[in-house]
Ligand binder design. Structure first.
Ligand code: AMP
Length: 284
């Protein structure tokens, strides 16, 4: 496994590989890797000659400085995990100065896509995500990039960014990897106490249960039932739960409104903020 820290060295390596006609797949991450990340990496390895994994905790996407400071970091462990997965992986782990030699002042316009849900509660978050992902796409110029459906809104927005900037990269969406309990794997789970982890299992449990409610209840009723079911667990508080058109991310009011309907949730479990989502209608 090769670990690279500078843009110049990565560009140099890629030049050599490209000249041999090799295809390049890319997995952007913020580290603290788990099986969710590794599912993206494995698909990337299967589809491409080269797999590049970036590990970079991007400061421009954190609207909450405390969250940035508390974000788990363990590069050595991450590299070991990747090495065990496949020794041919290239890890790109640059410093903040390397990624942003000058402050990135670009402002993206995603219309209504980033005005809702995560975008509403984390102002500037998706602009920061777009800054870093577009910067990494520009450095790596991957043929394919692998993103998880766990961050559903992010996936839709990156697709929009690729289309707006006319980037020649194919976005591959990967399903959410969960613990056996149903809890969606997340780097933030590391910060949960044992008790909080037991309670957090109810997020996915309620979301899965709610898929059975759609024949009986309206969208509005389903939203209320999900929120009150999760809030009834001591130590958990729903920040938002929205049922949206999976393409436009705008709220739907009727189950018959479109063929791709997703329920997206953010929940505080103590001071740990967890997100998850469930597909109610899957023709996306
Ligand atoms: P992060 O390191 O949290 O920024 O995530 C990097 C990538 O891994 C993103 O595309 C996430 O959507 C994806 N990812 C994170 N957790 C999961 C999961 N449980 N299942 C599938 N993909 C995931």
């Amino acid at each position: 496994m090769k670990a690279i820290n500078t843009v110049a060295e990565l560009r140099q390596s890629l030049k050599g590989l490209r000249s041999q006609g090799k295809t390049v797949g890319y997995v952007p991450t913020m580290g603290a890797l788990h099986q969710g990340h590794l599912s993206l990496v494995k698909q990337c390895l299967a589809d491409n000659d080269i797999c590049i994994v970036s590990i970079f905790v991007n400061p421009t996407q954190f609207n909450n400085k405390e969250d940035l400071v508390k974000y788990p970091r363990d590069l050595e462990r991450d590299c070991d995990l990747l090495k065990q997965t496949d020794d041919s992986i290239i890890v790109f782990a640059p410093t903040v100065e390397e990624v942003y030699p000058e402050p990135d002042t670009r402002q993206f316009d995603f219309g209504q896509l980033d005005k809702v849900m995560e975008g509403k509660f984390r102002p500037g978050h998706f602009n920061g995500v777009a800054q870093v992902v577009s910067r990494f796409f520009d450095i790596i110029k991957p043929d394919k990039a692998y993103l998880g459906e766990k961050d559903y809104q992010q996936l839709v927005i990156i697709r929009q960014m690729v289309s707006q900037l006319k980037l020649p990269v194919q976005i591959v969406a990967m399903p959410i990897v969960r613990e056996q309990s149903g809890l969606a794997l997340s780097s933030r789970n590391e910060r949960l106490t044992e008790n909080q982890r037991t309670i957090a299992i109810n997020i996915s449990k309620v979301l899965f249960e709610s898929c059975q409610w759609i024949d009986k209840y309206s969208v509005k009723e389903t939203i209320e039932k999900v929120q009150s079911a999760i809030n009834s667990f001591e130590g958990m508080e729903v920040e938002y739960f929205e049922i949206v058109n999976g393409k436009t991310l705008q709220p739907v009011t009727d189950w018959e409104q479109c063929d791709c309907i997703v329920g997206c949730i953010a929940v505080f479990c103590g001071d740990v903020r967890l997100i998850d989502n469930v597909l109610y209608k899957a023709k996306c």
